[in-house]
Design a binder for this molecule. Structure first.
Ligand SMILES: Nc1nc2c(ncn2[C@@H]2O[C@H](COP(=O)(O)OP(=O)(O)OP(=O)(O)O)[C@@H](O)[C@H]2O)c(=O)[nH]1
Ligand SMILES: [Mg+2]
Length: 449
């Protein structure tokens, strides 16, 4: 890890300024060679800001730049870091980067700055993951959850459990090593209860997995109904643009079409689907199967019904299928009349996608359901799938250890289970992270982070 890496850290494209980041043992040396200004970067103290010019290899000027010098170990990566702010656009940041590479820097891999921060002990793995989640957050709630994880809230909960387990392990091991000596004897029932208590705390964390996914990835809402009831018209209304084709020919939509909308700090992923018919063959059948699958995979189902016509068996089948999750009966085409349809024990709205009636009411309903699903996340810890796998392993090991103690099995068994639980917990914060795992996590990052 002795090389110096460089990358454009800002989005490339039109913009007033861009930032190119450099990290590694030669960061200051490289800057000395390309910078023309009053101070030398390598002579500058931590947190210096230098204003000057970036010189091309032929001595010409590439751009006016500002350099922020952060010296090891007090930087993001723990190495010497220079952040070079230049003008935005396509040319300036690319030329600045190219110049740094000419002088010996290597283009950074995705997430490599954060990977170095992790390897240099600047943050643990849960915090490094939070950096990625923060950058990718599509809603305020997702952002807040990531920010709390970056601050170390999840890591703290894990290290508290680790500390308690380490204490219990020490007692068990002392009893194994010096059973006859003056060590405090293991109270098997008491210790089993304590392991059970830690297991329950971890289960409480595990229970946040589903909501974590909902908040980070958004709420999936499928729009389903018979052909021609106006699903696509409604989809376009909610998206606020003519995203999908609408026509009076039944069977216009053949595939599931997705669009995400922001609803009060949350993301709702809308899925427009093919109309459902009773008996179909061929391509239509495949389309209808996708619709049923969309119903199964969604958190919320908007069942669109024709307000002006009586309900039929397809409507009833869809409503029933959706009953297992959150569902909303949307009576569309009220501008054509209202047959007074009603679905017992189901939220209902009456709209006209064509005339734009009742759409705000529909949005408000979706918002309320979404908020209800996501709950209040102020300062809350929500885990991701990877954390969940580690925690499940820890919970299982603790349960084995608890039973080993209660069943009067040799203490060695309980000790090995507690050790296994500790190792699994370490997986969350990365104390036993393998190269492969790090590759997988950091490859999801953007370049320059
Ligand atoms: N009068 C009236 N017509 C509507 C309304 N909503 C949609 N339509 C019309 O109904 C027809 C079908 O609309 P679509 O949005 O394509 O219906 P769909 O449910 O997506 O149909 P498929 O994709 O074929 O299943 C179009 O001619 C729309 O203009 C409405 O609220 N009132
Ligand atoms: Mg359609």
């Amino acid at each position: 890890m002795s090389d110096t890496i460089a990358a454009i850290a800002t989005a490339v494209g039109a913009g007033a300024v861009s930032m190119v980041r450099l990290s590694g043992p030669d960061a200051l040396g490289i800057c000395d060679r390309v910078f023309r200004g009053r101070a030398r970067p390598s002579q500058s103290v931590h947190k210096s800001v230098l204003l000057g010019e970036m010189a091309a290899a032929d001595g010409g000027i590439i751009d006016q730049v500002m350099m922020l010098v952060m010296r090891s170990p007090r930087s993001y990566t723990g190495e010497d870091v220079v952040e070079i702010t230049c003008h935005g656009g396509l040319a300036a940041p690319r030329l600045v980067l190219r110049r740094l590479i000419e002088e010996g820097a290597r283009p950074a891999d995705p997430g490599e700055f954060t990977r170095r921060a992790f390897l240099n002990g600047k943050m643990d793995l849960a915090q490094a993951e939070a950096v990625c989640e923060l950058v990718q957050a599509r809603s305020e709630k997702a952002l807040r959850v990531a920010a709390s994880q970056l601050k170390g809230d999840l890591s703290l909960r894990i290290s508290e459990a680790e500390a308690r387990l380490t204490g219990h392990l020490a007692l068990i091991e002392a009893n194994i090593d010096f059973p006859e000596d003056e060590v405090e004897a293991v109270d098997r029932t008491g210790l089993a209860a304590r392991l059970g208590g830690i297991g329950r705390d971890l289960e409480a964390l595990l229970a946040t997995r589903a909501r974590g996914k909902l908040i980070k990835d958004g709420i999936d809402a499928a729009i389903v109904g018979r052909p021609n009831v106006g699903k696509s018209s409604l989809f376009n209304r909610l998206v606020g643009a003519d995203r999908v084709m609408v026509s009076d020919v039944p069977g216009t939509t053949r595939d599931v079409v997705d669009a995400s909308v922001a609803v009060d700090g949350l993301v709702v992923n809308l899925h427009d689907t093919a109309g459902v018919l009773e008996a179909v063959d061929g391509i239509e059948r495949a389309a209808v199967e996708r619709t049923w699958k969309a119903v199964e995979e969604s958190d919320l189902v908007l069942v669109v019904l024709d307000a002006a016509a009586p309900m039929d068996t397809v409507d009833e089948a869809l409503l029933e299928q959706a009953a297992g999750r959150r569902r909303l009966a949307v009576f569309n085409k009220v501008d054509l009349g209202d047959a007074g349809g009603h679905v017992p024990e189901c939220l209902e709205v009456r709209v006209s996608a064509l005339a734009g009636l009742g759409i705000e009411d529909l949005r408000a309903r979706i918002r309320r359901i979404a908020e209800d699903l996501a709950g209040d996340v102020a300062g809350e810890i929500l885990i991701n799938e990877r954390h969940a796998m580690c925690l499940e392993e820890a919970v299982e090991a603790l349960e084995r250890g608890r039973l080993a103690l209660l069943d009067d099995l040799p203490l060695e068994l309980a000790a090995s289970d507690v050790r296994a639980a500790l190792a699994a917990l370490g997986g969350v914060t990365g104390s036993r992270a393998t190269e492969n795992l790090l590759d997988e996590i950091f490859s999801r990052f953007c370049i320059g982070k």
